[in-house]
Write a protein that binds this ligand. Sequence first.
Ligand SMILES: [Zn+2]
Length: 67
Amino acid sequence: MSGLDYPFSFECNNCGRETTVTRDDARGYYPDPDSPNAARVVLEQRGWKQGEFEKTLFCPACAGRKN
Ligand SMILES: [Zn+2]
């Protein structure tokens, strides 16, 4: 299998804010940037949180408001 198709863009399901994860970002936080987990780890480091459903994401501001 070839590597993942970086960069990935993610959008907050609440406010529409966007964040982009590049291969370099992933490499900084995760030993293998081609792992499916790599982008998720970068998002967690940035304070983004996954919602109840797999494709639901909230930016730090919206994730904090929910708690
Ligand atoms: Zn948001």
